[in-house]
Design a protein around this ligand. Sequence first.
Ligand code: ADP
Length: 192
Amino acid sequence: MINLVLFGPPGAGKGTQAERLVDRYSLVHLSTGDVFRRNIKGETELGKLAQTFMNRGELVPDHVTIKMLEAEVLNHPEAKGFIFDGFPRTMPQAEALDKFLASKDQSITIMVALSVKDAELKSRLLKRASTSGRADDADPKVIENRISVYKNETAPVAGYYQNKGKYAEIDGMGTIDEISERLYRAIDKNGK
Ligand code: ADP
């Protein structure tokens, strides 16, 4: 069983790479951002709650996000493993995920972190705005806020996995294929 945390700032290319990792390792892709967006579209209670935070580029509160993530994992009893994309994004989320996986006799295999320069992130997000229809991609102020939330609250989560010897940093600049190859190498080396 392989459980990956795909990590990196907004615009780092997590979604694109996750699709390839799903195929190669037969994993279930759990993107918290996608689950929230589905709930917003479906006008669920969770969606209404998440929307206000997301539109401002803030994080949805931990207790809400953790509960939602655990429910998604339990929804896939057939899974051979998961790619967690956009989760954990805070230290309490990382601790909750460990506890939850341990209760199922599982653990995180490795965190793979995509590193991309700030200027490149901003240009990717603004470019994506024209096709994604995402309000949080279209406004430069919201993008700034997402990057600053990432630096303050999310980046420390990398240290949590580093301390456990479960961390690989991947250069996220280059072609999509080049970046996939780097990810495969890191996962094959550490994850088996
Ligand atoms: P990106 O990484 O490109 O910013 P995501 O699609 O992963 O976008 O997430 C979009 C928004 O969803 C975030 O800005 C945040 O508001 C919310 N969100 C996603 N994952 C989490 C999480 N683990 N904890 C709290 N909020 C989250």
